[in-house]
Write a protein that binds this ligand. Structure first.
Ligand code: PGA
Length: 253
């Protein structure tokens, strides 16, 4: 069985480089002692380099929260996938709902996804409905979002895509989606992935859950929700909670 994946999305936290280094080094230390879990931290761009270990650390790597879909040229404020790869970044979060709210359409998301994969980086493609309706229309919306975000991705690159299912209404709240529903939704996501890239890819794709994950609920989400890992926001910069979360997941058989 492949290792479970815990990705910490630090968002625009913490406020200083000193704090960032502290959180990274504590997380790295815990990760190196794990047997069944891999941990990726995604700090703000300004702290990424400082968080990348000089020497390889087992079960630990550093990701970025976004990437440009351009590969070169005059694009003020942007960073290419190759630049990220060059400094030792392992993964990129693409299509996070906060980026979608800030203007990323499905088309832009699919371009960022392609740029990430073309730079031989793993992509964590975030998808999720904004809200739910009794008639189940959100499933259609989600299906379209997934298909459009995956548009124009060549089949030989799909092995490096991980999907993070994050119902937007559960992000930053006090309660995650219940684990039984998470299981159903992860199957739904895999089914859509299979419709786009074939049954084999649908079986292989890793699906993470994100939205109000903390050290108290992480283990149930993995065991009952049967997801391959977690995308963790707030709790990933709260070191005691994150350490406990990681340990609780690593204990699962
Ligand atoms: P949260 O954020 O864990 O704070 O809900 C998750 C995310 O936005 O990826």
């Amino acid at each position: 069985m492949s290792k479970r994946l815990i990705v910490g999305n630090w968002k625009m936290n913490p406020g200083t480089l000193a704090e960032a280094k502290k959180i990274a080094s504590k997380t790295k230390r815990i990760a190196s002692s794990l047997s069944k879990t891999e941990v990726v931290i995604c700090p703000p761009m300004s702290f990424v380099t400082a968080c990348i270990p000089r020497n390889k650390v087992s079960n630990f790597s550093v990701g970025a929260q976004t990437v440009s879909f351009e590969t070169e040229g005059a694009h003020t404020g942007e960073v290419t996938g190759n630049m990220l790869k060059d400094i030792g970044v392992s993964m990129v979060i693409v299509g996070h709902s906060e980026q979608r709210t800030a203007g990323d359409t499905d088309e832009i998301v699919s371009k960022r996804l392609l740029a990430t994969l073309s730079s031989s980086l793993t992509a964590i493609l975030c998808v999720g409905e904004n809200s739910r309706d009794e008639g189940g229309e959100y499933l259609e919306t989600l299906k379209n979002q997934i298909k459009n975000s995956l548009a124009n991705i060549p089949k030989d690159l799909v092995g490096k895509i991980i999907i993070a299912y994050e119902p937007v209404w559960a992000i930053g709240g006090s309660e995650p989606m219940n684990p039984e529903q998470i299981y159903e939704m992860s199957l739904f996501v895999k089914k859509i992935f299979a419709e786009v890239f074939g049954a084999d890819s649908g079986l292989k794709v890793k699906v993470l859950y994100g939205g109000s994950v903390n050290f108290r609920n992480a283990s149930d989400i993995i065991t009952i929700g049967k997801v391959d890992g977690l995308l963790v926001g707030r709790e990933s910069v709260n070191t005691p909670g994150f350490v406990e979360l990681i340990r609780s997941v690593d204990k699962i058989s």
